[in-house]
Design a binder for this molecule. Structure first.
Ligand SMILES: Cc1ncc(COP(=O)(O)O)c(C=O)c1O
Length: 289
């Protein structure tokens, strides 16, 4: 197999030749942000929205930002260099070499930019047919932390939550916040259907407002005629839901059929999931088909 080609600080390189400096703030402090996108038919889905969120994260953390056009070109170059038809992409951006306490940032700060791709459909079709299981994570999400709202490189809480899920033979962990409200999964957002309305935790509960979450909410209202709302939700809302789903760019919409060992609805992917999946896939096809 040929070695993957990545984009690293302005150049296309074999992945093994991309070396981050030992004083990069991303390595030392998690001083950076990232985006993951799904590639359909050689093109990244919702690229504009992902780059906008990246830019907003960069502004918040005061990171040097290379510019949307340059990033779009770099993304296209990496996809072509690896001849990816269907796959996924990750763009990481750090503040580059840093001072001892990061601040104040030097005037002419050079960011570190790394773009990598993976070839192949990320989640096999049978998972969408059987649905996935989740557990409630044992520690709370801090809804007051500014980091929960941006896709920062500080991902250890998410990875620890994911580890708890895997240790219990589940694929996802669901975070509650310090008030006991549901927030999101460790790598996904959570949406449920209560028989009438599609519901998802409000951003103020402490979560990354996902691009797939917002695509699903608007698509539901516009094309499926089902009302969709963001609000405060509790575990009992999830346990009493007719259906539940996880959403993320790479995962798309995944039925969530069991939480903490208890079935959600019938314990099988439901009718609303099937409608959502069909419509979401139609959108990905419309954009790039
Ligand atoms: C913590 C978290 N929440 C939500 C999401 C979903 O975001 P998006 O739909 O923008 O991919 C992700 C995706 O990686 C995530 O890591």
């Amino acid at each position: 197999m040929n070695e993957l080609i990545c984009y690293f600080n302005g150049k296309l390189l074999p992945l093994s030749e991309a070396a981050v400096s030992a004083d990069d703030g991303g390595l030392l402090y998690g001083d950076g942000i990232f985006e993951t996108m799904r590639i359909y038919k050689t093109r990244p889905f919702q690229q504009e929205a992902h780059l906008k969120r990246l830019q907003e994260g960069a502004v918040y953390l005061d990171l040097p930002f290379p510019g949307i056009n340059d990033l779009q070109t770099a993304i296209g170059d990496v996809i072509r260099a690896n001849a990816v038809e269907e796959g996924s992409l990750r763009l990481s951006l750090t503040g580059g070499k840093c001072r001892r306490f990061l601040w104040p940032r030097p005037q002419q700060q050079e960011p570190t930019v790394l773009i990598t791709v993976r070839d192949g459909i990320p989640y096999p079709e049978h998972l969408y047919k059987q649905g996935c299981n989740a557990v409630t994570v044992s520690f709370p999400r801090n809804e007051a932390s500014p980091l929960v709202r941006i896709k920062s490189l500080n991902y250890m809480e998410n990875m620890l939550g994911k580890r708890e899920a895997l240790q219990q033979d589940c694929s996802e962990g669901i975070f509650l916040n310090t008030k006991g409200e549901i927030t999101e999964g460790t790598i996904s957002n959570l949406i449920l259907f209560n028989g009438k309305t599609l519901l998802t935790p409000a951003a103020s509960c402490g979560l990354l407002p996902g691009i797939t979450r917002s695509t699903v909410l608007s698509m539901t209202r516009e094309s499926l005629g089902i009302p969709a709302e963001e609000r405060v939700l509790y575990q009992k809302d999830l346990m009493q839901a007719e259906e539940a789903f996880l959403t993320a760019s790479i995962m798309e919409i995944m039925p969530l059929v069991k939480v903490d060992g208890q079935k959600i609805g019938t314990g099988k992917p439901g009718v609303v999931f099937k409608k959502l999946q069909k419509e979401y896939r139609r959108l990905t096809f419309l954009n790039y088909g």
